[in-house]
Design a protein around this ligand. Structure first.
Ligand code: OAD
Length: 244
């Protein structure tokens, strides 16, 4: 890669993260043994229909996840990505499928939560999406309009993920697409590797096992996120062109 003056330029990187990056912080993944979807029915707790059927059950499920996420800390993989952003600035975008806030607590700022956030609620009355640290099962009023119609601001199956245009623009434009700790089971996120590759990016996966990707990655590095993500970030930083 070269810039307009023919000098080597820092690459434009998109990093897609999934539950595997937060696993070693103590947040269970979805599809591994002992994962969230083993103990819960997706239809019951992760669809609009499940919420209509039994809102208290769904609110209790996300109240418990919100409490659990607040009680854990970012790990070395989250911190390594924040370190990379401090050097690359707006040449790095982290797109996470995770609803925890461990990336931002580690220091990442250029971040898209495509599946929403446990730390926000969505008012079904007025559409406000205020920050929220409390429980919802007790049906508190919306801080904006007062309606008792708050739900977790988490994208459920059958709903549209957030910021898809911004994400797709970044995936199409990047030089390097890196997937961390995701099984590749849920679209549209699972399709980004093929989109990035179609537009000429190098694709790299950092995961505990080879994921079920839409197309094979150019490189797969297999291991625990807290080990392989910091090692990959170190390599990237060493390979960057010197600054003037
Ligand atoms: P999954 O549970 O499907 O996949 C987690 C991936 O992380 C697997 O490939 C594991 O091998 C890997 N993994 C586990 N521990 C790891 C570790 N310590 N280091 C590195 N990798 C590790 O989770 P996601 O792919 O994030 O969506 O799931 C995608 C979406 O499915 C979620 O965002 C959620 C879920 O249904 C919604 O709720 C809309």
């Amino acid at each position: 890669m070269t810039d307009a003056d023919g000098r080597a330029a820092a690459p434009w990187i998109v990093v897609l993260t999934g539950a595997g990056i937060s696993a070693e912080s103590g947040i269970p993944t979805f599809r591994d043994a002992g994962g969230l979807w083993e103990g819960h029915s997706v239809e019951d707790v992760a669809t609009p229909e499940g919420f209509e059927r039994d809102p208290d059950k769904v609110q209790r499920f996300y109240d418990a996840r919100r409490r659990a996420a607040a009680s854990v800390a970012p790990n070395a993989a989250h911190r390594a990505l924040a370190r990379l952003e401090r050097v690359l600035g707006d040449r790095l975008l982290v797109v996470t499928q995770n609803v925890d806030d461990l990336h931002e607590r580690a220091g990442t700022r250029r971040l898209v939560h495509m599946h929403g956030e446990l730390g926000r609620v969505l008012c079904r009355g007025c559409g406000a999406r205020p920050e929220w640290r409390d429980t919802l099962v007790d049906r508190p009023p919306c801080p904006a309009c007062g309606a008792r119609m708050l739900r977790p601001d988490v994208v459920w199956f059958g709903e549209m993920p957030y910021d898809l245009d911004r994400i797709e623009d970044a995936v199409v434009a990047c030089d390097l697409f890196v997937s961390v700790g995701t099984s590749g089971a849920v679209y549209p996120a699972a399709g980004y590797v093929a989109l990035a590759a179609a537009f000429g990016a190098l694709t790299v996966e950092l995961n505990l096992e080879r994921s079920d990707a839409a197309i094979p990655f150019d490189q797969s590095r297999i291991g625990r996120a807290t080990e392989i993500v910091p090692a990959w970030v170190d390599e990237m930083l060493e390979a960057l062109p010197p600054r003037d």
